[in-house]
Design a protein. Structure first.
Length: 738
């Protein structure tokens, strides 16, 4: 029986009221938008599934006729969830379908498919917005310590949203397959709509109730810790430096702009804060001073309006591939070539390139986006062709940056998220497998669609990311499976290595304790017992190996007492049978080895002069054990550096799973690796590529040596846009200071 959720004691009712007013209307609007846009995805889904489209057409007609009933069912569930939360008894955190269950115990196939689709929707929303949900739930607990609810119990959780979708489509009589496809098609757009809602709720609440101590600003880690930089304080990131107070002051408020000075009005209309404008202008002046200004035009130069600039960018957006290639190739030349392409494109509008210029504010944004892409190309492991494909995004992103400040303020902005996921799909992707090549083709087709379809509405970014995300999720699932397999292989290798070490020490102890062991027996044990005992120990049967070797020693002692008796030495050979089998010998070979050993041992027993065997040296460890590092650092390089930084090694010993690092090989090629698994046996760390393949296995000390050799560094932030923005600021500030 389902246990009821514990009653809540809400110390701050105003908190729940503000949350409801902030989150409920956009959730209702989001579902309305999704339902109104279901026709095309449902037709596409039906076409892929094949069969008769008649029931689908009928279902679409019924869905349109009873649209308000569907929306009402969705709304009713969310409103009920809020009412129960405010009454102190929130809905269960589990997805429950009792109200729609059949009168019999069995659920029919269509209903089961719908419920599975609802579970998948909840899982997809949770997976996509996990960090935002954790931040929001943690903040709610900080604001009101009396508010205690499970993560899925709150009315805006993925579980409750998914249940509301289920109630909405269950409110009308749709065929089972139609309901399943409707829930599936909701997933794509819902994923893109829910995140910004979570982010806006967090923003509204922090404005109303303040931020926790130590959480008022963003900081960043600039280096791997070492004894030299251990005491350095974290540095504020570009958001904290330029956008924190500007965003908090609500610079975009029309009322504030109207009431303020013209300068305040200009900043209110701008998508960048004034301090960043000044930094960009100073940087441009410094570049012009070093590089020289462009030759002056004979006449006055007209300033392009923003509308004219956007028209130029629209033409550049559909420029031929050769123009994009010329723009993005060359170290550090992207920005000047971008501007050159823009003014050359202006000629298509009948404007002489030398007769026009950009306004200072617009040129700042062009500079910022141009430098952002240059930094992103430098930071990410991208091929030349991948840079050309992603270079087609420069014009669309510049258009968005000119008009929408949320591109910089919201990590959930659809244009920013599309750029991030496309960059992630390309980074480190060499197209070596069919799956990788198909993914790159999907990236290219997505970028081409954006170039053709993006005009003014940013909804195209959301639609394209939703479409790409559905494909990329399947690719990521395969990569996750490959990562799990790599971790499992490494776990088995570690267990086997520990078993080998145990077997070697065990055998050596037995040999040292029995110096009179005949040479032939000693050689058989040294040749095959370690492998045989290692396999048993790795399988949890090490006691069997001990029993066998001790039984052999006892039989050997008995045989040596009895002298040349044939039966005595046959017993010794019997105990060696498993060793020969583990060495891969066939039955005829084992029989021959057995007969030869018995004959040799009988001969040795009958010749007292030769009875004392020569002690054989233990075999040297396998060459593979000389260096544990698997990756860009060879064993010779590893052992050339004896010392390492203890602070750095301690940092790696506490590195969280999921952390990305950049591994650099001898040719200065960079490959990103994610910490996937830490061995509980050896404490070595396994790093995998984005495709889930193993690229490095090393101990914390070995990783510290790699840092000392400048073969390992921090990876960029997961948000490629955020990381590139930080790189731009890091370049601008020293340049302006100089």
């Amino acid at each position: 029986m389902q246990q009821p959720s514990p009653a809540l004691t809400v110390a701050n009712p105003r908190l729940l009221g503000l949350m409801r007013e902030t989150v409920l209307p956009p959730l209702l609007d989001a579902f309305t938008d999704v339902v109104d846009g279901l026709r095309e995805p449902l037709l596409e889904q039906g076409g892929r599934q094949g069969g008769d489209l008649g029931p689908l057409i009928d279902g679409l007609y019924q869905l349109r006729q009873q649209r308000d009933v569907v929306l009402a069912g969705y709304r009713t569930h969310l409103v009920k969830a809020w009412q129960l939360l405010e009454s102190g008894a929130p809905l269960s955190s589990q997805l429950l379908f009792e109200n729609k269950a059949l009168k019999v115990d069995l659920v029919d196939h269509d209903e089961l498919e719908v419920q599975l689709a609802v579970h998948h929707l909840a899982d997809a929303l949770t997976r996509e917005w996990q960090s935002e949900l954790l931040s929001l739930n943690s903040y709610l607990t900080w604001v009101d310590p009396g508010l205690r609810m499970a993560a899925d119990s709150n009315p805006f959780s993925p579980a409750q949203i998914a249940m509301a979708v289920y109630e909405g489509f269950s409110a009308i009589s749709l065929p089972g397959p139609m309901r399943v496809n409707s829930v599936i098609c909701c997933e794509r757009d819902f994923i893109e709509l829910i995140g910004p809602i979570y982010e806006s709720v967090y923003t509204v609440l922090t404005r109303e109730f303040g931020a926790p101590d130590g959480a008022s600003g963003h900081t960043r880690q600039t280096h791997i810790p070492s004894s030299e930089n251990e005491a350095l304080d974290p540095e504020p990131d570009w958001l904290a430096k330029f956008f924190g107070q500007w965003e908090g002051a609500d610079a975009g408020s029309p009322t504030q702009a109207a009431a303020g000075s013209p300068a305040q009005a200009d900043e209110a209309a701008s998508t960048l804060p004034q301090a960043l404008h000044q930094l960009l202008e100073s940087s441009r002046a410094s570049r012009e001073q070093v590089q020289g200004r462009e030759p002056a035009h004979s006449g006055p130069r007209n300033t392009l309006s923003q509308r004219e600039l956007i028209s130029i960018l629209t033409l550049l957006q559909i420029a031929p591939d050769s123009a994009i290639a010329a723009m993005v190739e060359g170290q550090g030349q992207l920005l000047p070539r971008l501007k050159q392409q823009m003014f050359e494109t202006a000629g298509q509008l009948g404007v002489e390139a030398g007769a026009v210029k950009l306004s200072a504010a617009d040129e700042n944004i062009v500079d910022l986006i141009g430098m952002l892409f240059q930094v992103m190309f430098d930071e990410c492991d991208l091929s030349s062709s991948q840079r050309q494909v992603l270079g087609k995004l420069i014009a669309p992103l510049t258009k968005v940056a000119l008009q929408d400040r949320q591109l910089f303020l919201q990590s959930t902005h659809p244009a920013r998220r599309l750029l991030n996921v496309l960059t992630e799909a390309c980074e480190g992707n060499r197209g070596e497998s069919d799956e990788e090549r198909e993914l790159l083709e999907k990236v290219e087709s997505t970028v081409d669609r954006l170039a053709m379809e993006f005009d003014e509405s940013q909804a195209v970014f959301r639609a394209l990311r939703g479409d790409f995300n559905g494909y990329y999720a399947d690719y990521r699932r395969r990569a996750d499976l490959a990562e799990q397999e790599a971790a499992e292989r490494q776990r088995l290798e570690d267990a086997l290595e520990r078993a080998r070490s145990w077997a070697r020490s065990t055998l050596q102890a037995r040999l040292d304790a029995n110096p009179g062991m005949p040479g032939p027996v000693r050689r058989v044990l040294q040749a095959g017992w370690v492998a045989h005992a290692s396999a048993l120990e790795a399988g949890g049967r090490g006691h069997t190996a001990l029993m066998q070797v001790d039984g052999l020693l006892q039989a050997l002692e008995t045989a040596q007492r009895e002298g040349a008796a044939p039966s005595a030495w046959e017993s010794v050979a019997d105990w060696l049978q498993p060793v020969w089998m583990s060495m891969g010998k066939l039955r005829p070979e084992i029989a021959q080895a057995r007969a030869s050993l018995i004959e040799t041992l009988r001969a040795l027993a009958s010749e007292p002069v030769d009875a004392s065997p020569v002690s054989d040296a233990a075999p040297a460890p396998a060459a593979a054990e000389a260096g544990h590092v698997i990756g860009p650092l060879s064993a010779e390089e590893l052992h050339a550096v004896v010392d390492f930084d203890n602070v750095t090694a301690d940092y790696f010993s506490r590195l969280p799973v999921g952390t990305w690092l950049d591994f650099i090989d001898r040719d200065n090629r960079v490959q990103a690796g994610k910490l996937s698994w830490v061995s509980p046996i050896s404490s070595r760390l396994l790093f995998v590529s984005r495709a889930g393949t193993r690229i490095a296995v090393a101990s914390p000390q070995e990783l510290a040596i790699m840092v000392k050799l400048e073969r390992l560094r921090l990876h960029r932030d997961d948000d490629a846009f955020y990381s590139a923005m930080q790189g731009v600021i890091d370049q601008l500030e020293p340049a302006v200071a100089a």
